[in-house]
Design a protein around this ligand. Structure first.
Ligand code: PLP
Length: 382
C-alpha cells in the first residue's frame, strides 16, 4: 500500500485534467496565434482556460498571464514591478519565503536593492509591526507568501495590503500553496500581483499563472512574440494551460464543498502521531494553517533517515532540511521561527490532499511509529 503525503510538493493530476489535455498533445496541435481555423479553435480553448483560472480567484480573464509555473510567475511579478519604478530601490519580503522569492531577493540585494526580510515568531506568524515599520516612500514592492510550503502557516494578506496602502506600495503574493486549497478572492484582497501554479492543485507541471490587476504596470522579463499581452512571449504551453483550466474549475467546485474532511484527517493524524510517539511535536500548531499541511518534528531524529525508512515502507513525505556535504542543515524556515536545530533537523512535512483517505492515515501513523522505534534502536547502538 502506497501512502502519498507529499502534496505540497506536487499533486496527482485529476483524470479530467489528463483527458482534457490529450487532444492538445495529439490532433489539436495548431498554434493558437495562427489565424486559420485550426489555430483559432485552439485559441478559443486557451481563452476558456483563462476564464476558468480567473474564476477560481474572482479575477477578470485579462488579468491572468500564463507562465511556466510558480517560479516564473514570482520572477515576472517581482522583476516586472521593479523595472517600471527604477527610482525606488527597496523590496520587502519575509524570512520564510520559498526559494523562488528568497533567492531572487538575494540576487536583488547583490544588484544594489535594499532588501528587508520580515521576521516571524515561534509559530511562524509574521511580525506585522516590523512590516509596518519598514515600509517607506522608498519601498517599491512587498512580496510575501500566503501559505508557507513547509509549515502551512498562513499570513494575513488583507493586513499586509492595508499596511502597503498607507505608503502606496504594491503587493505581490506568492499564493502557490494556497490557491485551490482555500478561497482566494482578488476582489476582496487588494493585492496587485499574485502567483499560482497548476501542479499544486491537481493540474499538470510546468504551467502556472500570474494575476496582474488591471492598470498594474509591469515590464516583461523576456522578449519575443506578442503572447500573453507582451508580458510572457513565446508559444503557449497549450496542453498545460488546458489542464490548468480544468484543474482550476475542479478546485472551485471542491472549495464549495469545504476543506473540513481534510482538516479532520490532518487533526486526527497529528493527535495519533503525538500520542504514539512521545518525541513528536507539531510545528505551527497554534496558528492558522493550511488544512492539509502537518509539519511534525521528531526530536533528535534525522529527517532524511526518517524519509528513507518511511518511503521504504510506502509512506512518501518530505523535509525542509537540506542535506549538504553529509550533514543535514535545518530548514531556514524553521530556523527563522527560532526552532531549536535538534528539533528542526528531525522535522518532516506530511501534506494531504482531497484524495487522502482515513486508511492512508491509519497506515501512516503505524509506519511512523515503527520507523521512530527502528531509528531509536539504531541510535542507541551508535
Ligand atoms: N512558491 C511556493 C510557496 C511553492 O511552494 C512553490 C513550489 O513548491 C513555488 C513557489 C514554485 O512553484 P513551481 O514549482 O510551480 O515553480
Amino acid at each position: 500500500m502506497q501512502v502519498y503525503l507529499d502534496n505540497n510538493a506536487s499533486t496527482k493530476p485529476l483524470d479530467e485534467v489528463v483527458e482534457a489535455m490529450i487532444p492538445f498533445l495529439d490532433s489539436e496541435y495548431a498554434n493558437p496565434s495562427s489565424v486559420h481555423r485550426f489555430g483559432q479553435r485552439v485559441r478559443h480553448r486557451v481563452e476558456c482556460a483563462r476564464q476558468q483560472v480567473a474564476r477560481l480567484i474572482n479575477a477578470e480573464p485579462r488579468e491572468i498571464v500564463f507562465t511556466s509555473g510558480g517560479t516564473e510567475s514570482v520572477n515576472l511579478a517581482i522583476r516586472g514591478a521593479l523595472a517600471v519604478e527604477p527610482k525606488r530601490r527597496h523590496v520587502i519580503t519575509s524570512a520564510v519565503e520559498h526559494n523562488a522569492v528568497h533567492r531572487l531577493a538575494t540576487q536583488l540585494a547583490g544588484e544594489g536593492y535594499r532588501v528587508d526580510r520580515i521576521g516571524v515568531d515561534h509559530q511562524g506568524r509574521l511580525d506585522y509591526d516590523q512590516l509596518a515599520d519598514r515600509v517607506s516612500q522608498d519601498t517599491t514592492l512587498i512580496s510575501i507568501m500566503h501559505a508557507n510550503n513547509e509549515t502551512g502557516v498562513l499570513f494575513d494578506v488583507g493586513r499586509i495590503c492595508e499596511i502597503a496602502a498607507r505608503h502606496d506600495v504594491r503587493v505581490h503574493v506568492d499564493a502557490v500553496q494556497s490557491v485551490g486549497k482555500l478561497p482566494v478572492d482578488v476582489k476582496e484582497l487588494p493585492v496587485h500581483l499574485l502567483s499560482m501554479s497548476a501542479h499544486k492543485m491537481h493540474g499538470p507541471k510546468g504551467v502556472g499563472a500570474l494575476f496582474a490587476r488591471r492598470r498594474t504596470r509591469l515590464a516583461p522579463g523576456t522578449f519575443g512574440g506578442r503572447q500573453e499581452r507582451d508580458l510572457r512571449p513565446g508559444t503557449e504551453n497549450v496542453p498545460g494551460i488546458i489542464g490548468f483550466g480544468v484543474a482550476a474549475q475542479e478546485a472551485a467546485k471542491f472549495l464549495q464543498s469545504g476543506m473540513e474532511p481534510i482538516r479532520r484527517l490532518r487533526d486526527d493524524f497529528e493527535r495519533r502521531v503525538c500520542k504514539a510517539v512521545s518525541i513528536a511535536k507539531v510545528i505551527g500548531a497554534e496558528t492558522e494553517r493550511l488544512d492539509g499541511t502537518s509539519n511534525i518534528s521528531f526530536k533528535q531524529m534525522q529527517a532524511d533517515a526518517m524519509l528513507i525508512l518511511l518511503s521504504e515502507r510506502g509512506v512518501q513525505a518530505s523535509a525542509g532540511a537540506a542535506c549538504s556535504s553529509g550533514a543535514v542543515e535545518p530548514s531556514r524556515v524553521l530556523a527563522a521561527m527560532g526552532v531549536d536545530p535538534h528539533v528542526a533537523r528531525g522535522a518532516v512535512r506530511f501534506s494531504l490532499s482531497r484524495f487522502t483517505t482515513a486508511s492512508d492515515i491509519d497506515r501512516a501513523v503505524k509506519v511512523i511509529g515503527e520507523v521512530v522505534e527502528r531509528l531509536s534502536v539504531l541510535m542507541l547502538r551508535c
